[in-house]
Design a protein around this ligand. Structure first.
Ligand code: MHF
Ligand code: KIV
Ligand code: MG
Length: 276
């Protein structure tokens, strides 16, 4: 049951103010019906570039385009009455320059009506985030495991295991806060690092594979529902296996069609009372 009493839109400033007031609840969505189903229960909906792996079958998020994110963003915004909607900006559409980032992030917000964008980065992207926020674009900064960096990192590997890498993560988090990010997405980091980052910054941390120490939690919805089975990150809790339910329905449909049980009279035009 949702604890929210009003149906007014949750803004990025409301999300920012939720730090220290209980856990922030978030899930990913790529379509209108999923967004509408989760809207009463979540504070934040992230239109993730994980859609490239979950819905399109790519083996990384790199081939996802700005046009794909905009179309999914349009759909999700139509299903999200109250949750804050944040859209992932895909690989190679913001790293070239802060002007390129502004042009593409502005296009995403204008064409979708979402509240904010999410960008993956380290220290190299702080100046860009500052540029965007000063010009009216709310940014969630995605730190730690950055799937768009998988080719440089040698795959999807947990981050901030050592004291040195933990200190770098804290430095990045503080720099993004200073640049005006309204929140941080912290992915795939060791518990001690997530806890120290969350304690160090005044903006909320939303974790995925980043321990309960964060100010909020997000999961890829298809992982939680058992609708994505190509791989399972250690941090993905599967609440239900909808894949097996759906497969059973498809098998039943096959049986019905092959046996002539479907369609029945009630599914057909002109077959009700009198056959000539
Ligand atoms: N369906 C889905 N769920 C996700 O969480 C997700 C995506 N797709 N696509 C984009 C990224 C990729 N992510 C991933 C993918 C794989 C692992 C993984 O298999 N990790 C291993 C090894 C970790 C290590 O070596 O440190 C694990 O056991 O969790 C983690 C995150 C998270 N994101
Ligand atoms: C970590 C999650 C929210 C993400 O970036 C994605 O789904 O693409
Ligand atoms: Mg992403």
């Amino acid at each position: 049951m949702s604890t929210h009493t009003s149906t007014s839109k949750i803004t990025t400033t409301k999300i920012q103010a939720m730090k220290g007031r209980g856990q922030i609840v978030s899930l990913t969505a790529y379509t209108k019906p999923m967004a509408a189903l989760m809207d009463p229960y979540v504070d934040l909906i992230i239109v993730g570039d994980s859609t490239g792996m979950v819905a399109y079958g790519f083996d990384s998020t790199l081939p996802v385009t700005l046009d794909m994110m905009i179309l999914h963003g349009v759909a999700v915004v139509r299903g999200a009455e109250r949750a804050c909607v944040v859209i992932d900006i895909p690989f190679a559409t913001y790293q070239e320059s802060k002007e390129q980032a502004y042009r593409n992030c502005a296009r995403v917000l204008i064409e979708t009506g979402a509240q904010a964008v999410k960008l993956e980065g380290g220290m190299e992207l702080v100046e860009t985030v500052d540029f965007l926020v000063q010009r009216g674009i709310p940014v969630m900064a995605h730190i730690g495991l950055r799937p768009q960096h998988a080719n440089v990192m040698g795959g999807f590997k947990a981050q901030a295991r050592t004291e040195q890498t933990t200190e770098l993560l804290i430095k990045e988090a503080l720099a993004y806060q200073h640049a005006g990010a309204f929140s941080l997405l912290v992915e795939g980091v060791f518990e001690a690092a997530a806890r120290r980052v969350t304690e160090a910054v005044a903006i909320p941390t939303i974790g995925i594979g980043a321990s309960p120490a964060c100010d909020g939690q997000v999961l890829v919805t298809e992982d939680m529902l058992g609708l994505f089975t190509d791989f399972t990150p250690k941090f993905a809790k599967q609440y239900v296996n909808l894949s097996s339910t759906i497969a059973k329905v498809f098998a039943e449909f096959e049986t019905d069609v092959r046996s002539g049980k479907f369609p029945a009279d009630e599914h057909c035009f002109g077959m009700s009372a009198n056959h000539e």
